[in-house]
Design a protein around this ligand. Structure first.
Ligand code: HEM
Length: 490
């Protein structure tokens, strides 16, 4: 028999039970109601298994990853041409080849590969926030976007109105619409994808058609610019350029060249989408936490003052000497998990767990939010308390569960960009706190911001409110930012 869960209705199963807002809370409630770590739901498209504890997630998604590494097929994703994204590809040779290509250019063994770009864009953020703190949210997004785009395409992003960014954001909006569970008729009646969009029932196709040009542009345009520069003998140093160089050397002039280029375009397009929104959300949550928990802020600043002082901005070597900053990074991951229910895996063979049948084709949803808010691991889970990770000796206490591996996913699908994300957030936090005092700030009408610790979204969630009160801690701190600005523009 299946794991327990809310009783299904004839034909539609649990379709009407599926929560639309903060589903992670309802998932946890079901666990309590049915007194089980694992819940079964039946949808007309596929069964769903919700996993609410670390123990079950590790047993199924990590240990049995040979059969728990698939993805559910979304027809809408294919109709929008979003099947370029290897994060959504099913388990098999095509996915593996894409992931290997990604690994080659983002090797987890060489986490310093892109630190120059990361540091530059984070410092540019300091300068933007100093000049216009009211646009903090926009500038966070711009900094994270600029890091990824520079690494991938060697292109400098100076504004969110940049044509590439506008296209990419619109394309990403399409992806989040495409994967809305139960959001499109075509998922229930796949035959509809072959009908013209103007026929009744063609709504899904009309939505898809709106986004296709953006998705194609996201994938092709910047890539082709880099290729053209390479062809002219003026290559820009970047991931795509070295991909093209490798392909040219190994397959130049053969039919394989186009096949490999196609894959390179997919990998670059996937990286932008997987990396930009996620890291942006974490940086937003950190800024929010600082305004809501001023005592934590003071404590982190005291560590920075002690270790770095006020005469320079942080550099990478400092991070090893900043345990409280590291704990703040861990608490940011935990407090507002960017991907509250991970990215669901699909089980590719029938399985059994503690006497329950897990059917082939089920979507397995790790309720990461519930795991990271489990009071047994993290007492007082709703509050932002980096101290929970600090031991008596002032170092990271290894007996407290590190949220990082839970946040970045499981088994063979674990986030391959996590080292980039971790470095981004560490340096962002250290740099921002060294320079700024953070408070709620004011809104566009000059009224004090009302902050709330509310997380909203689906696959990727963001805090609803982000403060705007970034003020330099001192004249010397502002001077550091001015000097770094001059150095960046030199
Ligand atoms: C705070 C930032 C980030 C978070 C929370 C995050 C989280 C995740 C999660 C939960 C998954 C799915 C894991 C699973 O299926 O179990 C994933 C996949 C992925 N992430 Fe990240 N990620 C972040 C940043 C990044 C960055 C910066 C990059 C690229 C440089 C990246 C690239 C990817 C890719 C390509 C996949 C798909 C992997 C696959 O399906 O094989 N991520 N990420």
């Amino acid at each position: 028999h299946y794991p327990p869960g809310p009783p299904p209705k004839p034909l539609i199963g649990n379709a009407l039970d599926m929560p639309k807002v903060r589903p992670w809370e309802k998932y946890r409630e079901w666990c309590r109601t049915y007194n089980s770590d694992i819940i079964y739901l039946s949808l007309p498209t596929h069964p769903v298994i919700i996993v609410n504890t670390v123990k079950v997630a590790m047993e199924l998604l990590d240990k049995r990853s040979n059969i728990y590494s698939g993805r559910i097929r979304f027809y809408m994703v294919e109709m929008m041409s979003w099947d370029l994204h290897f994060g959504g590809m099913t388990y098999g040779a095509r996915w593996r080849a894409h992931r290997q290509l990604f690994h080659k250019h983002f090797p987890p063994t060489d986490t310093d590969k892109y630190t120059d770009v990361q540091l530059r864009e984070i410092r540019r953020f300091l300068s933007h926030a100093l000049k216009s703190p009211q646009h903090t949210r926009k500038f966070i997004r711009q900094a994270i976007t600029a890091i990824i785009v520079k690494i991938l395409y060697g292109k400098q992003i100076d504004s969110m109105d940049d044509e590439y960014v506008v296209t990419a954001e619109k394309a990403t909006e399409g992806l989040s619409i495409a994967v809305l569970p139960g959001g499109h008729l075509v998922e229930f009646f796949p035959i509809l994808r072959h009908f013209p969009s103007w026929l009744p029932g063609g709504g899904s196709k009309r939505v898809a058609e709106k986004y296709i040009p953006y998705v194609r542009n996201l994938r092709n345009k910047a890539f082709l610019e880099v290729k053209s520069a390479f062809g002219k003998g003026t290559p820009r140093p970047c991931v795509v350029s070295s991909m093209i160089e490798d392909i040219h050397a190994a397959h130049g002039g053969t039919a394989e060249e186009a096949v490999q280029e196609d894959m390179a375009m997919n990998v670059a397009g996937s990286t932008y989408t997987a990396g930009a929104d996620t890291t942006t959300s974490a940086a937003e949550s950190f800024v929010l936490a600082m305004a809501l928990y001023p005592d934590v802020q003071r404590k982190a600043q005291a560590e920075l003052d002690r270790v770095i002082g006020s005469g320079r901005l942080p550099i990478w070597d400092d991070l090893d000497n900043l345990p409280y900053i590291r704990a703040t990074v861990m608490e940011t991951w935990r407090w507002m998990p960017v991907t509250p229910f991970g990215v669901p895996h699909c089980v590719t063979a029938d399985d059994m767990y503690e006497g329950y049948h897990i059917p082939k084709g089920a979507s397995v949803v790790p309720n990461v939010w519930a795991m990271l808010h489990n009071p047994e691991d993290y007492p007082d889970p709703e509050n932002f308390v980096p101290d929970r990770f600090i031991g008596k000796d002032g170092k990271i206490d290894s007996s407290v569960r590190d949220p990082t591996p839970l946040l970045f996913g499981f088994g063979r699908r674990v986030c391959p960009g996590k080292h980039i994300a971790i470095k981004n957030l560490q340096m962002f936090i250290a740099s921002v706190l060294l320079v700024f005092d953070i408070s709620a700030g004011v809104d566009e009408d000059g009224k004090p911001n009302k902050l709330s610790a509310e997380l909203l979204g689906a696959m990727v969630a963001n805090p609803v409110t982000v403060p705007t009160g970034l003020k330099p801690r001192s004249a010397a701190a502002a001077q550091l930012v001015h000097e770094s600005d001059l150095a960046l523009s030199a």
